[in-house]
Structure formats: C-alpha cells, structure tokens
Design a protein around this ligand. Structure first.
Ligand code: TYD
Length: 210
C-alpha cells in the first residue's frame, strides 16, 4: 500500500503527517514515512539545492530534473523495496507535486511531465492520495505566520500568489481526473479536526489506524 499526501505550501501537511506517524508507531505498525524532495542520502543532498532562496537563476527545466532525480532515487532505493516486503509507505509529496508545481505552476508541458515521471518512477502510482485543501491565500497567510516563528520561506514558498493559484487549480484538475485515488481533506480548520479526518479516511480505506 502506497499512500501520498499533497497540498499547497502552508496546508499543514507535514505537521499532520508527523502526528500520523506517531499514531501509527504507537500501534506498532510497519509503516515507512518519507518525504520529497529527500528521503535518501542522495535526495537529501538534492533538497537544499532546490530550496536555497539564493538560487533564483534556476530554470524550470533544472528544477524539474532535480525533483525527478531525487524521486527516482527514492523510488528505487526506499519505496519499491519496502512495498515488495509488504510494508506500507506514506510519502509527503510525490509525482502529483511535479504535475501541480512544475506543470501548472511553471507551465511545463503536462504530457512530457507524465512521460518523465513514468521514467523516473518506473510507473509507480500511489494507491491513495490525501489532499489537504487550503486556499492559496490561506496557505500564504500561514507561511507568513510561520516565518514570524523562525521558519524560513523556501525558494518556491516565496513565489508570487499567482503561482500558488495555478498550483491550486492544478491540484483541482488532477483530483477531477482521478477521483477514485484522491480524498480531499478540508485543512482550513483546527489541527486536531484535520488529524481526526485523516485517521477516519485511513481507517475506512486501509484499516491501518487501529
Ligand atoms: P518542503 O519544505 O518539503 O515543503 P512542504 O512542507 O510544503 O512539502 O518543500 C517542498 C517544496 O517543493 C514545496 O514548495 C513544493 C515543491 N515541490 C515541487 O515544486 N515539485 C515537486 O515535485 C515536489 C516534490 C515539491
């Protein structure tokens, strides 16, 4: 079982996944949590290149290939072996982020991206994807708030609101294209309610959380 989480920056996704990990570990589940970009020694070295705010010269093509390089490594080194052993993998972002951010956000060709993603992942698709839904405005407000408490804006965080609006629209299109795989979670509410909604979905779809 391969489960992914998607959402705009500021959707609170990472906080929710950490809480979920704690919940599942407390129940002794054989679950691997990982994140993109990163999740391997090689990917963790690619991650700071992508996030560095001074890398304003990075072209969309370079950005795309670095995300895909990190993902190819993560799939081959971590995700596939874990799934082959019968384990559950939960990933903070996956190929849908590339379609939403590099496709809709950066306006790169979606058909080409799909081919490249198939090449990078060997065609691996999530069984279930949870989308933490906040508006682009709310996401931006939350990131601003977090930055007051010491969290830095990354290179992509700092892009203009229009970019994040395109990414949001991208996610809505992706969800409409494949409604069986996606579950939308309203993320504009208190954190405990979001966590409960996530647990309810996982329980209903996988039976994993009890
Ligand atoms: P990260 O700090 O992990 O953000 P978050 O906690 O919101 O996941 O940074 C990942 C950033 O990279 C985020 O802005 C989304 C972006 N991204 C892409 O543009 N394309 C991709 O394929 C992936 C995986 C992430």
């Amino acid at each position: 079982m391969f489960i992914t989480f998607e959402g705009l920056d500021g959707s609170g996704k990472t906080t929710q996944i950490k809480a979920l990990a704690a919940h599942l570990k407390a129940r002794g589940k054989n679950v691997l949590l990982t994140r993109e970009p990163g999740g391997t020694l090689i990917g963790d070295q690619i991650r700071p290149i992508l996030q560095d705010r001074t890398h304003t010269a990075m072209t969309p093509q370079t950005e795309l290939l670095l995300f895909c390089a990190s993902r190819a490594q993560l799939v081959a080194e971590v995700i596939r072996p874990w799934l082959a052993d019968g384990g559950v993998v939960i990933c903070d972002r996956f190929a849908d982020s590339t379609l939403a951010y590099q496709g809709y956000g950066r306006n790169l060709d979606l058909d080409f991206l799909r081919q490249l993603l198939a090449f990078a992942t060997g065609g691996l698709q999530p069984d279930l994807t949870l989308y933490l839904d906040v508006s682009p405005e709310e996401g931006l407000a939350r990131r601003r708030q977090a930055s007051l408490f010491g969290e830095e804006f990354s290179r992509i965080d700092q892009l203009e609101l229009d970019f994040h609006r395109r990414v949001h629209q991208g996610y809505l299109d992706l969800i409409a294209d494949d409604p069986e795989r996606w579950v939308v979670i309203d993320a504009a509410r208190p954190s405990e309610q979001i966590q409960q909604a996530i647990l309810d979905v996982l329980e209903a779809r996988t039976g994993l959380t009890t």
